[in-house]
Ligand binder design. Structure first.
Ligand SMILES: C=C(O[C@@H]1C=C(C(=O)O)C=C[C@H]1O)C(=O)O
Length: 366
């Protein structure tokens, strides 16, 4: 089944005047004063389109601050009335949805820990039947694109068309300076699958630390994301949750000022001509790359026939070690990252082993 989604354009439900959608606000609504003051300062920047606030917080372990719950919803009403900005809140259960809508929350988002569970997502979808509200879906905690797509299909199945993706990075167990590894490739695949689906970058949850917010936000813009959602708090170090990754509204304003916003295309004729010329050359290089791969693979196949007929094992550790080393050195000389060359060769080697297994398990030609 080819997945398909009916998605309403972003500008049909929120006015951004052609600019990226900017959502900012505290990780959690803590007190009326903290929420209203943060919202006021963010609204004063003039570039924020919506305020986010966590009301129900899914925490890894019990005992941490789990959000103020329904008590925070009247504060949201007040902050909305004061700033005129719409509010976005995370919902994880049908009860959250009912309450959020009752208090006039404008945008709902499904969190990473909810997206992982299809039962949960289906319950949310059922509760959204007949409701016309924008729903943003964060990527699941683990890097499983199908699970993310499944969540969109379930929510879209309930008739929601004002949809968007929030890319908040993945928890893979791999060591990284980031709290959640971005794995940009996942969002690129999502964009390729559903070009009409807005993608919003969440540098706060990727970063885990204030210091990395700029580079991650810029990367999202460079990859043509439709917006950003960033955690901002009037007194970040005293925040009741996610203190290390929040920044003051003033610092957030500065971050936005330094952000380079890129366009998907440029109307400049000279630019277009230069792009076209280079793309023709890239097409030709890519053709040679693929032809070279095929030539290498047929040599491997020939070798496998000899190995099969002489009962020699397909994996040759010394030769493999030598290949990896010499190719990495060559790559480095040619200004390529050795890691890139290594990754590519690992894939080629695995395919080479697979091909050889195929040949070795076939009967010799007599
Ligand atoms: C092709 C061979 O078999 C395997 C595949 C290799 C490759 O694709 O380069 C290298 C070493 C072997 O593990 C070989 O023995 O040279």
């Amino acid at each position: 089944m080819k997945p398909d989604l009916t998605v309403a354009p972003l500008n049909s439900w929120i006015e951004t005047n052609g600019k990226p959608l900017i959502i900012a606000g505290p990780c959690s609504a803590e007190t009326e004063e903290q929420l209203c003051e943060t919202a006021r300062q963010l609204a004063a920047l003039g570039s924020v389109h919506a305020i986010r606030a966590g009301v129900w917080k899914p925490r890894t372990r019990p005992g941490s601050f789990e959000g103020m719950g329904e008590a925070a919803l009247p504060w949201i009403q007040k902050a909305k009335a004061e700033t005129g900005l719409p509010f976005a809140v995370e919902v994880a259960t049908p009860q959250h949805i009912e309450l959020a809508l009752k208090y006039g929350v404008d945008i709902l988002w499904v969190g990473a820990r909810t997206t992982v569970n299809p039962f949960n997502v289906q319950e949310i979808a059922d509760a959204l039947k007949g409701v016309d509200v924008p729903v943003l879906i964060k990527n699941p905690v683990n890097p499983d694109l199908a699970l993310w797509v499944g969540a969109f299909e379930r929510i879209a199945g309930a008739g929601i068309t004002k949809l968007g993706a929030i890319h908040r990075g993945f928890s893979t167990g791999e060591a990284s300076k980031y709290r959640n590894i971005p794995m940009w490739q996942m969002a690129i695949e999502l964009r390729t699958m559903f070009p009409q689906l807005p993608i919003i970058g969440d540098p706060s949850h990727m970063a885990g630390k204030r210091a990395y917010l700029n580079e991650l936000a810029q990367m999202a813009m460079d990859l043509n994301y439709d917006g950003l959602i960033v955690e901002s708090h009037i007194d970040p170090d005293k925040a009741w949750s996610d203190a290390a990754q929040q920044l003051t509204p003033a610092a957030f304003g500065e971050m936005l000022d330094h952000l380079q916003i890129r366009q998907l295309e440029s109307p400049d004729r000279e630019f277009q001509g230069a792009m076209e010329q280079i793309r023709v050359k890239i097409d030709s290089v890519d053709r040679q790359l693929v032809e070279m791969l095929a030539a290498r693979m047929s040599l491997v196949e020939k070798m496998a026939e000899y190995k099969r007929d002489n009962n020699v094992s397909m994996f040759q550790p010394d030769r493999w070690k030598e290949i990896l080393q010499t190719r990495k050195q060559l790559g480095e000389k040619l200004n390529l990252y050795p890691e890139l060359v290594e990754e590519i060769y690992k894939i080629i080697h695995m395919e080479s082993i697979r091909k050889q297994t195929e040949v070795m398990n076939s009967a010799p030609v007599v």
